[in-house]
Ligand binder design. Structure first.
Ligand SMILES: [Zn+2]
Length: 187
């Protein structure tokens, strides 16, 4: 799985790609940016019940990492934003929320995964199988330990530092491409 930095870069891209000049309210834009960033990392909060159960990985890569739950959470966030009447076109609002949300399991799919269960259950409930891309964009994150402290300690190693470097390079590329597309659209 990629770390939060890569996920949030794609979340931010979901906002930048669909932002338009008529979305003038800074406050509303800020609210949408925060929503997109939160949606892009939300599935990894499945570590929390594992921390409580003293088995950090117990619930990781479960239902939170499926396309159906991502679409549901993205749509729910859109409806909440709609309710508080952001001054942003509702279709752009919906697409930004959905892209940010769905991006998470897709990025995890394109990531090397050497710990059980391998990959993500993308198509649950249609299929309970776990999927992982034959081509990995991101290195694996070595993690272990049952309790929170040993889990955090297990994250500090050279492999994860290398994975982080790859991730930062990805962030640079994705943000450059997205900003380039926006400049090109503006002419
Ligand atoms: Zn994840």
């Amino acid at each position: 799985m990629p770390g939060p930095v890569a996920h949030m870069a794609v979340g931010l891209s979901s906002y930048i790609l669909f932002k338009r000049e008529q979305d003038r309210s800074r406050k509303d834009s800020f609210r949408l940016i925060i929503t997109c960033l939160a949606l892009s990392i939300l599935p990894d909060f499945d570590f929390i019940p594992g921390i409580i159960a003293n088995d950090v990985n117990k619930f990781h890569h479960g239902i939170s990492h499926t396309l159906v739950s991502s679409v549901f959470i993205g749509e729910l966030s859109f409806l909440i934003l709609l309710k508080i009447e952001l001054n942003i076109n509702k279709y752009r609002l919906m697409v930004s929320c959905l892209c940010a949300s769905v991006s998470h399991p897709l990025l995890d799919y394109f990531s090397a995964d050497y710990s059980l269960p391998y990959g993500v259950p993308l198509f649950w409930p249609l299929s309970a199988d776990y999927y992982t891309s034959p081509v990995s964009l991101f290195g694996s994150i070595e993690k272990g330990g049952k309790d929170f402290t040993s889990f955090v300690c297990s994250l500090i190693n050279w492999n994860n530092l290398r994975s982080l470097a790859v991730e930062l390079f990805f962030v640079l590329i994705i943000l450059s491409v997205v900003i380039g597309i926006r400049k090109w659209q503006k002419g």
